[in-house]
Design a protein around this ligand. Structure first.
Ligand code: ADP
Length: 219
């Protein structure tokens, strides 16, 4: 379904969201106070406007309240990010995603009504950190403070040629396997009878404690 997106701030973060949405066939309005940034996106976004998002009359004249989803991707200028988010929510935009520079900024954004607060640098640091600690962790995604999704390479022969049922995966590890990557093949929602083979990569969801325990079993 086609939605109306507006992105404020065309740094690396806002810029890559814009490109991805356009590639997915969505209409995107981009706003940035820098003319150079806007020029760069003139032929990419549906509309590109040079404007200061801290100016309420500007946001009104652009009809921001009519957008389904606004992404506040202002980086360094925390005050501008907070003010823009506040005004956009007050105008009644149903869904606002805002980028936080740090935890305090993130808390404020949540308080003033941002529907989704993202911490791209922090989250990418966590993902890379997990990969550095355990070379078998292919990817790591925090779902909440307690739960994560991990892509883990199976390197322990105890798992080879055993089905999820035989391993009693859910009961023994407290974890759910949502996918198995085998070479080019991807088995989504594997059945209990599905076996694990050497060199498989498991996509596993569960508590951080249980995931750490499984990671430790892959030497
Ligand atoms: P990133 O870390 O994603 O690269 P940057 O801080 O480099 O973030 O980019 C943020 C963008 O937001 C810049 O292009 C900047 O011009 C824009 N920006 C900052 N303040 C405002 C504002 N008040 N109104 C509109 N755009 C703004």
């Amino acid at each position: 379904m086609k939605k109306n997106f507006a992105i404020i701030g065309l740094g690396r973060f806002g810029g890559s969201i814009c490109r991805t949405l356009v590639e997915a066939g969505q209409d995107v309005l981009v706003i940035d106070s820098s003319e150079d940034r806007v020029n760069e996106f003139m032929n990419i976004a549906t509309h590109a406007v040079v404007a200061n998002a801290q100016d309420e009359s500007v946001l009104r004249s652009l009809g921001i309240r009519n957008f389904d989803h606004v992404i506040v991707a202002i980086g360094e200028d925390i005050q501008a990010s907070i003010l823009a988010t506040l005004m956009i929510k007050e105008m009644g935009v149903p869904f606002v995603t805002a980028k936080a520079q740090n935890d305090y900024h993130g808390k404020v954004l949540e308080r003033i009504g941002a529907d989704h607060v993202v911490h791209p640098e922090r989250d990418m640091g966590i993902r890379i950190g997990h990969h550095l600690v355990s070379k078998n962790v292919v990817d790591y995604l925090e779902l909440s403070d307690e739960y994560s999704l991990v892509e883990l390479k199976v390197t322990n022969p105890k798992f080879y040629r055993k089905s999820l049922d035989e391993l009693d995966f859910r009961a023994k590890f407290g974890l759910t396997v949502i996918g198995i990557r085998r070479g080019q093949e991807m088995i989504i929602s594997p059945k209990a009878t599905e076996t694990i083979e050497e060199n498989d990569t498991l996509m596993v969801v569960g508590s951080v404690i249980d995931l750490d325990r499984l990671e430790a079993m892959m030497p």
